[in-house]
Design a protein around this ligand. Structure first.
Ligand code: FEO
Length: 169
């Protein structure tokens, strides 16, 4: 396989684990505020990101590429109010979409149709991730600044349950 694609796939394992760390940090922030529903939402988000990392790892193994695990950066975002993590999450998902698009672009150039097919799941997933992250921001703007509204949102997010990714390798 093209060396650059192998490098980007390996790098994406690290980026997805970093995403898990970032969302875990957000979950901890909400937990400290006793916003347990928000904490639950981001705990599950962290689990999903770990799954994404594992899917990249498994794909590399499936096609015979060596996986090199690198150090995961410390999550260093500062949250000053309950809205901050939501906006940072939306921005972060757009960044991840750009990363996936970059890998896709390289695969297209190299006519690596097999990896493009694998990445299709992530292209769809990123559309969903951005939609959900934007919706969190918009709904917080609508309801989150009033105690009753914030309570309702927290109750709603407490109901999020983890489901394993639909992509299986
Ligand atoms: Fe792995 Fe939230 O994208």
């Amino acid at each position: 396989m093209n060396e650059k694609i192998a490098f980007l796939l390996n790098q994406q394992i690290n980026k997805e684990f970093y995403s898990a760390y970032l969302y875990l940090d957000m979950s901890n922030y909400y937990d400290d505020l006793d916003l347990d529903g928000f904490a639950n939402y981001y705990l599950i988000q962290a689990q999903e990101e770990r799954d994404h990392a594992m899917l990249f790892l498994k794909y590399m193994q499936e096609v015979g590429l060596k996986v090199t695990l690198e150090a995961i950066d410390k999550p260093d975002k500062v949250f000053n109010n309950p809205m901050d993590p939501l906006e940072i999450a939306a921005e972060h998902e757009r960044y991840v979409t750009a990363l996936i698009n970059d890998i896709y672009h390289e695969c297209h150039e190299a006519r690596d149709y097999r990896t493009m097919k694998f990445l299709d799941w992530f292209v769809d997933e990123q559309r969903e991730e951005e939609k959900n992250a934007d919706s969190m921001v918009n709904r917080f703007k609508l309801f989150g600044h009033d105690a009753k509204g914030l309570y309702s949102l927290d109750q709603e997010f407490a109901g999020r349950v983890y489901t394993a990714p639909s992509l299986v390798l």
